[in-house]
Write a protein that binds this ligand. Structure first.
Ligand code: ADP
Ligand code: MG
Length: 885
């Protein structure tokens, strides 16, 4: 009993002593957490250097773009060929990827030898050989009748310029083995965005944001970067941690000075490092009684599989004795313990170094995504990682220690690289097919010049129809006389009340105009109009309006003041004088009953009477386009057009009286409110309307009406986008084919989101954030597609608006018999003002379609309010002499 204890004590003591001895001897190979954090930081800097355009040429870590932009989403299907050209073998593989999300992969493969002279020969010989093998494979597997997409794994560093390079096979995806590993794992786990190989060599790849990749054009989405991290330290960055053993090993290698990081890590070198250490220890008399064997002196005699065997949990010590004995040594128990510990230190250092670099990548991913915690998966492959008994555990533990804010899952890739090449090919072919479908949808929104010219011409026709007595009743563009005949001349002055009704809000304003300096002061209050009032009864609506006016007068201390009032009422009204306007029909979001066919000024007067608290002198009823034109005309006498691109779309302009058949007078000019939103209601632009426009129309309050407006204005653009997104999702091209409840909800996609999403300053991640807020869980690729959809819809809107405007300026030019026309357009509306591209595209379109007109655009500062006051002032001015007469 005592003897047993004594033995155990003796053994424990022996072990401790040996371990201490080796620990001391290899002190330099044992890396502290601090050192690992330091290496991690250095690798982060290396990645940055490799990605930068100017720094890449001198960077040792090359960060090669792979042109692999998407990971599998499970919808891949079909048959693919793949070739794996690795260090020692060459494999041809046929992979069948199943359909219906079963994530099932079947493979048939065949190995071919890779003759050294071919590997070392020139590129074209290699490719000829590859093609021969491929032909043989296709013949033996009876695949000659088909054309397959093909992927090629190539585990040597190589610069790719394009994923698909033609080689007489359909598609050729050239894939690095790390990428293959990542892709294979990503097929099973969509969180996988890193691939790491720890085998003969070591390397890693990960998905990087395109905006960070200087070497490739484009900023959208992500691309897989093959880091080629094995070369880390080739510029001397790791000299402080390299040991004499590393230097000795490097000098004896095929590529001295190269792949220095790899030489401390990978399977090709670990055994040799152990050999060099054991040899030195023997020389120093620390092992084998100072004796060496010729095998121990021979390069390559200890391989990494030996290291793995020596470190085995139970048989390790016995294995060590056997291995050392096979090397012609006569190891004591103490020697075996020491040798085993050497192996542990060497392989542990390897895991530590890998962990530090991997931690740097994970941190980069987390920072790219601006996340506090990152959940991600790393696809792993490589023989060292797979066969070494302790390696994976150690690696995982250190990574988790170095990046505590990442939840990392490690996933072993099955038959990694080759299957991965097929996956890359499958994804490329899926992406290509999807791209075609998406392009088909977007193409519906891409108007050619001839389309725009035709819109311009048709608009011109409708403008003329509206002006003529005979055709006016049937015209879709109503061309309503406004009885606004004079532009401000700068002599206007006084205090006015203005009302602005036409969008989502109602405003009451007090406007003070001072003559001479053309200065205007305004005070206003905004009141919400609840939906139930917008769509309730007319009496309720006007009572609400009067209530708001009362509030405002109270608020301004103006109770009892008898101010002239201008009423901006931005719906189509038939006017017979400046203070009479019969609502023809509601547009935009309004639907109050008993108003259509009624005079809005009368309705307002009656509501004031019902309230019986104050009286107002209603001088003018004004359309917002007219107010806008007037406001801008106050600054720029050349302004003879008013344009609104807000909730709705409309335009007004100054027309010669003689052309306005509905008004008797023939002298001077009058402003015409075109109400062009109704353009197309006779079907004349149905050739360019899409199914999505029709869906938006059918879901609106006024189906069949305002077709042009529904393609161009703020109230509808978001809805068009939503309809397209639903369709693309149905086709499986977005949101993993899942139509969420949110996406089904009318109105969730507001036009302001188009502005945000299309902003050039916005990174894709932010687009994703916006979509997330909308309850749309998007991938990176989804965000790109959504952005494209928004762009297509808003671009078309701006172009159509531009074509309409081109029609009017050309008309003005011809009517005045001018070779060249200079004219200013006063513009208002949030779509025009806040969308990042709308105004530019609109202006470009006008320029292109009306080259003989020099059109300036002047933004109106609160046209509806100021304009109403100015019109009221002008009307007052024109009234005065008549009264005096
Ligand atoms: P209205 O035309 O109703 O008098 P606006 O000119 O302010 O008022 O337009 C409001 C409309 O503008 C909203 O209904 C919405 O469709 C759109 N809109 C709001 N914010 C934005 C934005 N950031 N970018 C583009 N359109 C917007
Ligand atoms: Mg407005």
């Amino acid at each position: 009993m005592f003897a047993v204890h004594l033995m155990a004590f003796y053994f424990t003591k022996l072990k401790e002593d040996q371990i201490k001895k080796v620990d001391r001897f290899l002190y330099h190979m044992r890396l502290s957490d601090e050192t690992l954090l330091d290496i991690m930081a250095r690798f982060q800097a290396e990645m940055e250097k490799g990605l930068g355009k100017d720094t890449n040429p001198t960077a040792s870590v090359k960060m090669l773009p792979t042109f692999v932009r998407a990971i599998p989403d499970g919808s891949e299907k079909g048959e693919f060929l793949s070739l794996d050209l690795g260090g020692s073998k060459f494999r041809v593989l046929k992979v069948q990827v199943s359909e219906e999300g079963k994530r099932n992969v079947q493979m048939e493969s065949q190995f071919y030898p890779t003759p050294n002279e071919i590997i070392r020969g020139n590129g074209s010989e290699l490719f000829e050989y590859v093609v021969d093998c491929l032909a043989d494979f296709m013949k033996t597997k009876d695949l000659k009748h088909k054309k397959f997409p093909l992927g090629l794994t190539f585990s040597f560093p190589c610069r790719q310029t394009k994923l698909e390079e033609d080689m007489d096979v359909d598609i050729l995806a050239l894939v690095n083995d790390t990428v293959g590993t990542m892709m294979t794992c990503a097929y099973d786990d969509p969180y996988c965005e890193v691939g790491v190989i720890i085998g003969t060599g070591t390397n890693a790849c990960y998905m990087e944001d395109m905006s960070n990749i200087d070497l490739v054009e484009g900023d959208e989405g992500r691309m897989c970067i093959n880091t080629e991290w094995g070369a880390f330290g080739d510029d001397g960055a790791l000299e402080d941690i390299r040991t004499d053993f590393d230097r000795e090993l490097d000098l004896g290698s095929l590529n001295p000075g190269k792949q220095l990081f790899e030489k401390m890590i990978s399977g090709l070198y670990l055994g040799e490092l152990v050999r060099l250490i054991l040899l030195k220890m023997a020389r120093d008399g620390l092992l084998f009684g100072g004796k060496k064997s010729s095998a121990l002196l021979t390069k390559g005699k200890i391989e990494t599989r030996h290291v793995a065997a020596m470190e085995k949990y139970k048989e390790g010590l016995a294995n060590t004795r056997e291995i050392l004995t096979d090397l012609g040594l006569e190891p004591s128990e103490a020697d075996c313990i020491a040798a085993q510990h050497v192996c542990t230190i060497v392989s542990f250092r390897s895991a530590n170094l890998c962990a530090a670099a991997l931690a740097a990548i994970l941190t980069r991913l987390r920072e790219n995504k601006k996340l506090v915690r990152l959940r991600t998966t790393v696809g792993m492959d490589g023989t060292l990682y797979k066969i070494h008994p302790q390696y994976p555990k150690r690696l995982h533990k250190v990574v988790r220690k170095l990046v505590p804010n990442c939840d990392v899952r490690f996933l072993l890739s099955e038959s990694g690289s080759t299957k991965g090449a097929a996956m890359v090919t499958a994804v490329a072919s899926r992406v290509q097919a999807q791209r075609k479908q998406i392009d088909k949808v977007l193409a519906l929104f891409q108007l050619k010049r001839e389309h725009l010219v035709s819109v311009q011409n048709k608009m011109r026709t409708e403008l003329e129809y509206g002006l003529k007595k005979k055709t006016h009743p049937l015209a879709t563009v109503k061309m309503l006389p406004t009885y606004v005949c004079g532009m401000p001349d700068g002599t206007e002055k006084g205090k006015f009340l203005a009302l602005d009704l036409g969008g989502t809000n109602f405003r009451v304003l007090l406007v003070k105009i001072r003559s001479g300096r053309r200065s205007v002061r305004m005070y206003n209050k905004i009141f919400a109009i609840p939906l139930e009032i917008m769509q309730g009864t007319g009496e309720e609506l006007f009572d609400h309006i009067v209530q708001c006016i009362a509030d405002f007068l109270d608020y301004m201390g103006l109770k009892g003041a008898q101010l002239p009032l201008g009423f901006t009422f931005s719906f189509p009204c038939r006017q017979t004088s400046i203070d009479k306007g019969t609502l023809i029909e509601w547009t935009k979001g309004f639907k109050a009953t008993d108003c259509e066919g009624e005079d809005v000024v009368d309705m307002l007067r009656e509501a004031i009477k019902r309230r019986n608290e104050f009286d107002l002198d209603i001088v003018a009823v004004v359309n917002d386009t007219v107010g806008t034109m007037m406001t801008c005309g106050h600054e720029d006498p050349n302004c003879e057009i008013g344009l609104i691109a807000g909730t709705g779309s409309n335009m007004c302009y100054m027309e010669e009286m003689r052309n306005i058949e509905l008004v008797e007078e023939n002298e001077g000019k009058m402003c015409i409110n075109t109400e062009w939103g109704g353009f197309g209601d006779n079907g004349c632009i149905d050739d360019i309307r899409t199914q999505y426009d029709k869906e938006v129309d059918e879901g609106s309050l006024n189906p069949g009406k305002q077709r042009y407006e529904k393609m161009t204005s703020g109230m509808y653009l978001g809805e068009i986008v939503r309809q397209i997104l639903i369709d693309l999702t149905k086709q499986g091209l977005l949101f993993r084919g899942q139509i969420s409840e949110r996406l089904r909800t009318r109105g969730i996609f507001e036009t302001k989101f188009l502005s945000q999403i299309e902003s050039d300053r916005l990174a894709l991640l932010q687009v994703r954030g916006i979509l997330q807020q909308l309850g749309l869980d998007s991938t990176c690729e989804d965000s790109i597609v959504v952005k494209e959809v928004c762009g297509a819809v808003s671009r078309r809107a701006a172009q159509l608006c531009g074509a309409g405007l081109a029609a009017i300026v050309e008309k003005r030019r011809e009517n005045q018999g001018l070779e060249h026309l200079r004219i200013t357009v006063g513009v208002d509306g949030t779509l025009y003002k806040l969308h990042p591209h709308f105004s530019r595209i609109l202006q470009e379109t006008v320029k292109e379609l009306a080259p003989r007109c020099d059109v300036s655009f002047l933004l109106s500062e609160d046209g509806s309010g100021k304009g109403a006051a100015l019109i009221t002032a002008v009307a007052k001015r024109l009234q005065q002499p008549r009264k005096e007469n």
